[in-house]
Design a protein around this ligand. Sequence first.
Ligand SMILES: *Cc1c(COP(=O)(O)O)cnc(C)c1O
Length: 225
Amino acid sequence: MENVAERFQHIRSQIRHAIGIAGRPRDSVQLLAVSKTKPATDIAALYRLGQRHFAENYLQEALAKQQHLAAFNITWHFIGPIQSNKTKPIAGHFDWVHSVDRLKIAQRLGEQRPAHLPPLNICLQVNISGEASKSGVSLDELPELVQAVRALPGLRLRGVMAIPEPETSYPKQRQPYRQLYQAVGQLNDPTLDSFSFGMSGDLKAAIMEGATMVRIGTALFGERL
Ligand SMILES: *Cc1c(COP(=O)(O)O)cnc(C)c1O
């Protein structure tokens, strides 16, 4: 069994390798450590190795860990489903929210973002696999949502997040990311500079198709129980 330091080095070298093959600039992909279900001690261990960006899915769990780790200089990302009665603590305790999939949620996050903090960085979650069960706005609805969210105070719209259906074939992994990357390109808006694409199983495909943030849980922290 590898330890967290070995896994961290391994993921970082996989990211560097994929960036090289894609011919992209060296620091163009940020590693987000997805720490859901993992204890604050695991986050602290990775922090000591230099990791600063952490992502959480469950609000109560995240807030408890943040309290534990208040002395650490962590950038917190929220990547889980958002109920509208939970927007206030999310707006107050995170730097990024990747899982915004409707205007109402964006409006609330913007209104509830504390005035002493910089605008909240937002990615719109897009459902590119078209499964009815998964959250996310459709590609067709994306331009309208971008327009509306861009105008909201308290927020800084940065880009999109996608969680495609798991695929083991590399070309099939790349296809939905390519489609979404192109759709965002057609919006012709240079402020949309962030693509939250890729998890432990499709990291390379995501980086080949423009990911600027990869969300890695299992490959860093081990299996979730
Ligand atoms: C859990 C989760 C991840 C990390 O998945 P791994 O396969 O463990 O790397 C990434 N993104 C989201 C939205 C998640 O919920």
